[in-house]
Design a binder for this molecule. Structure first.
Ligand code: ZN
Length: 407
């Protein structure tokens, strides 16, 4: 296999999580009596451009994006993050009624609704019908298509070039990252700005976040690599911020390569930091498998011990992360009988692979388990707050990543 960005042969292994079904392939009760498709879940790193990437599998890509059940608005913390971003970027770029904002993967309109409220013209790009409908109901125009060079050029031809193109948690999820980047180049006005948020591979490695790996998440990016990909499409990263979201993300700011804006010190400093931490050495990537196994083994040992002691355990958050951890650890409903999630689209379905039933959050309050394992550890504080009444009655909260914690 060759690197999806630079085409070099991939020789360096990063992580092998065995076989797993697509993490968003939630199952209905009828599905449980049918066979389930598993794909290898393995990552490699390119020693030329240092792009960490999933291995290719025979024509499985369409499967990985089918029937996507994630609604961004389900997380209050994420809504607040989006509202703050819109306020800041509007001021920084001086956006107004004559501007054009394009969000790629606009989901249910969780972010663009803030631009609508401010009277700033915007367009969402979102191929998933259920979330696109939710956005349209908020008055947001949506193109129900996948983004790439073809759509970028079409937008430019239709006079919909953007002053701001933004994408949150989409850049790492596209199979053809070069085509996507060329699309942004084509749809960006002269003087326009791109902002992309994606999990920082430096944090993934340092915080043992192997559970953020799943088939739909094709790329794991450093600033160094993002900058290289931008550069190859005639774009330039001119600023960067480190964000706490999703366990540690980057927000990169891009412009046309010939834009007069100077590249900030933040870019130079973070590039140096990545180099200091070994992100451009094979050795750093080669030691990650052992750390992932340690975290998995500790989580599994906790569940086995709780079972032996006759304690009850439930999980909160039917997130992709949870599926990766549970499938790597081989956990089934005997050890973890149910998981609760606030998203109505997931309730009364079953987690792929583990077949753990997904129930309404009221169930966890009613059943008062001894332990609640919070699978999306990035929103653990928010979940603990929601379930504060359980803590008062003696329930303890467990997170597995970066290491097992029982609070
Ligand atoms: Zn490469």
């Amino acid at each position: 296999m060759n690197c999806r960005h630079c085409g070099s042969a991939l020789r360096c292994d990063f992580l092998d999580l065995g076989f797993a079904p697509p993490s968003n392939a939630y199952l209905t009760a009828e599905d449980l009596s049918k066979p389930e498709l598993y794909f290898p879940l393995r990552l490699k790193v390119c020693e030329e451009c240092w792009l960490v990437q999933t291995e290719d599998y025979a024509s499985a890509e369409s499967l990985f994006s089918a029937d996507y059940a994630y609604f961004s608005s389900a997380s209050k913390g994420w809504l607040a993050h989006a509202a703050r971003y819109v306020e800041t970027i509007t001021k920084r770029l001086g956006l107004g009624q004559k501007s054009m904002v394009v969000e790629i993967a606009s989901n249910d309109g969780y972010l663009l609704k803030n631009f609508v409220a401010a009277g700033i013209p915007c367009l969402g790009i979102e191929p998933t019908a259920s979330t696109a409908e939710a956005a349209e109901a908020l008055g947001i125009p949506v193109r129900r298509e996948f983004f790439g060079e073809a759509l970028g050029k079409a937008l430019a031809e239709e006079g919909k070039s953007a002053d701001l193109i933004l994408g949150n948690n989409v850049y790492a999820h596209v199979p053809d990252i070069n085509d996507f980047t060329r699309g942004m180049k084509a749809a960006l006005k002269p003087g326009g700005t791109i902002t992309l948020e994606f999990p920082h591979v430096m944090r993934l490695i340092e915080e043992n976040q192997f559970d953020t790996v799943y088939h739909e998440h094709f790329s794991y990016l450093s600033l160094y690599t993002a900058r290289k990909i931008f550069g190859s499409a005639g774009l330039r990263v001119f600023d960067v911020e480190e964000l706490p979201t999703h366990g540690g993300s980057l927000r990169v700011y891009g412009c046309h390569a010939d834009d007069p804006r100077e590249t900030t010190d933040a870019v130079t400093t973070l590039l140096a930091e990545e180099e200091r931490r070994g992100l451009r050495t094979s050795a750093l990537y080669a030691q990650f498998q052992a750390r992932a196994e340690q975290v998995k083994n500790d989580a599994l040992a906790f569940l086995l011990e709780a079972k032996r002691e006759g304690k009850t355990v439930a999980a909160y958050g039917a997130a992709a992360k949870g599926n990766t951890l549970l499938n790597f650890a081989g956990v089934k409903p005997d050890l973890l009988p149910f998981v609760c999630d606030a998203a109505a689209a997931k309730q009364n379905k079953f987690m792929p692979g583990s077949h753990i039933p997904i129930l309404h959050p009221d169930t966890i309050i009613e059943r008062r388990p001894d332990y609640v394992m919070i699978l999306p550890w990035n929103i653990a504080a928010e979940v603990r707050q929601q379930l504060a009444s359980l803590a008062e009655q003696g329930t303890r909260f467990v997170t597995a990543v970066p290491r097992l914690q029982i609070a």
